[in-house]
Write a protein that binds this ligand. Sequence first.
Ligand code: PLP
Length: 427
Amino acid sequence: MARTSVMPDLETEPIPLWGTGPDYDDIFRMSLMELKREGRYRVFQEHRRLVGEFPLSVAVSDKGERTVTVWCSNDYLNMGQHAEVRAAMKYAVDTFGAGAGGTRNISGNHSPIVALERELAALHGKEAALVFGCGYLANLATLATLGQLLPDCVIVSDELNHASMIQGIRASRAEKRVFMHNDLLHLEEILRSIPKSRCKVVAFESVYSMDGDIAPISDIVEICERYGAMAYLDEVHAVGMYGATGAGVAERDGIGSRVGLVQGTLAKAFGVIGGYIAGSAVMVDAIRSHANGFIFTSALPPPVAEAALASVRHLRVSESERAALHANVRKLRTLLREARIPFLDGPSHIVPVMVGDPVKCKAVSDLLIERHAIYVQPINYPTVPRGTERLRITTSPAHTDAMAEALVAALCECWRDLQLPLSGNGV
Ligand code: PLP
């Protein structure tokens, strides 16, 4: 029997993609229009990093290609291009192959990742460590699991904590209390109001990556001890960068052993990819055994683990990268201060140059790359609060004095052309 087709004639009739239901694309289009109207639609700058050329990179756009100086990389120490790191990755790819072949439980527990976890535990002076696909996942999965495993738990969170911690706390469904940023009195007030018998986790960061300030870790840990709370410290922007062996600010301040759980990334100063936690053997075993974000995902590939291992090992014994970076940060701050470019004058390696308007912030970034071959990505809401849009500037051991002078001269020109206010002493 011949069948009658209900399909439209493809030659003549346009097919409505969504049939007669809502116009989904239109909804997405409207959401994007809103971002564009607010001036915070994100445009990614394509560029080609070149080994040996850092911080120079080849920016790629419709207009063609040109070499630019990158001033916003999180590969703070250029370990992503380090000879030992590249050699380790090449060795592993030729020895073990490209992929892990499974989750950690099902055939993915390869030797480089086991060695990496041992190294990370040793770095932080902890009994054990656990590697995740990235730092975001390490926070999300661990906090979600802690809040589920610890009975009647309250998670007390710094108001400026990273989105990954906020999502983890939300996913845990534990009670959440928020303390004002780095405010010890407020933290103590909250902890005092929670019955002693309840489990409490205090989640905070060492280096806050958008403002560049550093938490009073030692005071926070002391308060945690007084109220029987576990300190959960995100050292994502500090590992590799601070402390005698690059274990972070807690190591620098001599209190690493009193931090219950430390979380870090392998993607910033260590220059590769991956996230981790380190803590007591039993806690790490519990997270390993219960965290969905660890159990139900494939392990990092052996070349990645091997490269990260080489990077961690190198930075545990080499101080020269850290010393050169911090010297360059000091020089950059001095130049900005002299030029009266407004910036947050903090204690870390992050230098936020404040613009305070999304459209102008993007305009400065555009001028920098178009006129001066300088690449700094504008940072806007929701990464930072509205009205505090900024250029988050990061230097490295490889940025020269001439590059820093060129950056500051270019910023001065942008400030003049866009009629932005200059400041006295930082913001
Ligand atoms: N924690 C903080 C404070 C971060 O700033 C970031 C990322 O920028 C993360 C965690 C996530 O780390 P990763 O990039 O390894 O996913």
